[in-house]
Design a protein. Structure first.
Length: 117
């Protein structure tokens, strides 16, 4: 049985669930809206995800061989009202976590397909 690109993307998300959840928590809580740029990358060499912070969204990580792909970025300042921000103990799905995972799965699948082209 062969693994489709979307299946591989789902496996990458599952294997890196702690990184993805931490990144989403920064988004949903408003903590990552501090004027800097938080970026989530796919490392095509080992199918890992990593989080990186830059002083500006005009800066990013890259490799000459294209094996590091930015799949999500958060920057700017938070305009989410305090009473609508994620707080510990809340259900992440109430803040769009499932939809966010779906978006990341598509971004990862696109990066995988582009790397195979």
């Amino acid at each position: 049985m062969t693994m489709t690109t979307l299946d591989r993307a789902a496996a990458i998300l599952e294997a890196n669930s702690a990184v993805v959840e931490a990144f989403f928590l920064g988004l949903a809580s408003g903590d990552y809206y501090d004027g800097t740029s938080y970026q989530l990358y796919l490392d095509l060499d080992d199918d890992s995800l990593l989080e990186h912070q830059e002083a500006s969204d005009q800066s990013w990580l890259q490799r000459d061989d294209g094996s590091l792909v930015q799949i999500s970025r958060i920057s700017g300042y938070c305009d989410i009202p305090e009473d609508e921000r994620y707080t510990e103990g809340c259900n992440l799905d109430d803040y769009g976590y499932g939809e966010y995972l779906d978006q990341l799965q598509i971004k990862i699948a696109e990066a995988l397909e582009a790397s195979e082209a």
